[in-house]
Design a protein around this ligand. Structure first.
Ligand code: FES
Length: 190
């Protein structure tokens, strides 16, 4: 029996999508496994099992390449969403839609509700056969924001964002240290 950790195996062509269906594991094992990432045809894909259903989407968050495999899942606005651990962007599991909460002035009385930014994270097709779980990559040629962080060029983009975020964090830490020191010297002189 192939293990969850084994590399993907081509399992013929997915007629619905046209591309090859990649074996990613046995349902039995995957339903107990944590979300995991597989690189399929050069694309990093996150596979999630949640409440009996499998989902597959690009592994790097469309906003700034956060590791979605570490995100929490919550139902928001009536849809299951993955919450990116980096800046808490919400992505619907089934459609890859970016959603956000904002004031709805049309509502009486005005109140907060969930809005959609449209598809942002590319989702891929999951199929099952004889206890095996397969992923067929999306063949939709419409550009989605998560495409920016995929493939070799995507790796360069991810590294660049990572370096920028680290530089920002270093500046923030330095500013916090300076503010703390200024506060301490103010306290001493008063
Ligand atoms: S990287 Fe995911 S919310 Fe910013």
């Amino acid at each position: 029996m192939p293990s969850v950790l084994e590399s993907s195996v081509m399992a013929g062509t997915d007629k619905a999508q046209g591309g090859p269906a990649h074996f990613v594991g046995r349902r039995e094992e995957l339903s107990k496994a944590k979300p995991f990432v597989r690189t399929l045809e050069g694309r990093d894909v996150l596979v999630i099992h949640h409440q009996g259903t499998f989902y597959a989407m690009d592994a790097h968050c469309y906003h700034a390449a956060g590791a979605l495999k570490n995100g929490d899942i919550e139902e928001l606005g009536g849809k299951l969403c993955l919450i990116c651990p980096n800046h808490k962007y919400k992505i619907t599991l089934a459609e890859g839609e970016g959603i956000y909460k904002a004031m709805d002035k049309e509502k009486t009385p005005p109140g907060l509700r969930w809005f959609s930014k449209g598809p942002k994270q590319r989702v891929h097709r999951i199929s099952e056969a004889d206890g095996g779980v397969y992923v067929t990559l999306s063949e939709d040629s419409t550009w989605l924001d998560s495409d920016f962080f995929q493939g070799e060029k995507g790796k360069v983009n991810r590294d660049k964002i990572k370096a920028e975020e680290e530089a920002k964090a270093a500046i923030a830490a330095k500013a916090a240290k300076a503010a703390k020191a200024a506060k301490a010297s103010q306290k001493e002189s008063s």
